[in-house]
Design a protein around this ligand. Structure first.
Ligand SMILES: Cc1ncc(COP(=O)(O)O)c(C=O)c1O
Length: 206
């Protein structure tokens, strides 16, 4: 039996990585940040077509920042996708908020806009935010979800951690929310060694 171990997501290093590491040492820009991170943020914003992007340590941190910016506090409701990775909804708990899980529709497996609408009508208390995830790179029915959030005047957080590069109606995912989160952690379709989370403020958002 072949006992060679197959690693999950082992790094692929090229000459450029070493060049930029060396450059960071040579110019003493190892900390706090530096031009590589500035450039990374600028290029990422340009790529997805957003006005601004900030690099954080993880997609989870990007989602947490978005939840804080929606002013979620103890007891506040947040309508969330239910079929997703736990990081999509964990930040709501970090702030003491209460997740209301919205089930999926059968086409994209993401948040069902009809059930979201039902939740808006059912709950007397207005939610502080809606968090929609694009699971496995497949966009949710974003136009309908954006419309509903506009109608009810509730900020939308788009969790595009798994959908960097996927488009919906020719527009990059990660640009539909009031705030958006991407992830470049090792398991994602595009990765980076260090800064794995991107938070962006929706220039064209609801
Ligand atoms: C849907 C989803 N949201 C959020 C995250 C969190 O991203 P990170 O691992 O960079 O914290 C992930 C993956 O890890 C994810 O798949």
């Amino acid at each position: 039996m072949n006992s060679k171990r197959i690693y999950l997501s082992s790094p692929t290093m090229h000459d450029l990585e070493m060049k930029y590491i060396q450059e960071a040492f040579d110019t003493n820009w190892v900390a706090p940040l530096g031009k590589n991170v500035d450039e990374f943020e600028r290029e990422m914003a340009l790529y997805i077509g957003e006005g601004y992007a900030a690099a954080l340590n993880s997609g989870t941190a990007a989602l947490h920042l978005a939840v804080k910016l929606c002013d979620v506090r103890a007891g506040d409701l947040v309508f969330c996708s239910d079929l997703t990775f736990s990081a999509t909804i964990n930040p709501v708990s970090y702030e003491g908020g209460v997740q209301v899980l919205i089930d999926s529709e059968g086409e994209s497996w993401n948040m069902d806009p009809d059930l979201l609408e039902k939740a808006f009508k059912t709950y007397k208390k207005k939610p502080k935010a809606v968090i929609v995830a694009n699971l496995y790179g497949t966009p949710a029915k974003l136009d309908q979800i954006v419309e509903l959030c506009k109608h009810y005047d509730v900020p939308l957080i788009e969790d595009a951690a798994e959908s960097l590069g996927a488009t919906y109606n020719k527009r990059q995912t990660g640009t539909f929310g009031t705030y958006n989160a991407l992830s470049l952690v090792v398991l994602k379709n595009r990765t980076s060694d260090r800064y794995t989370g991107i938070w962006s403020e929706g220039a064209k958002a609801a």
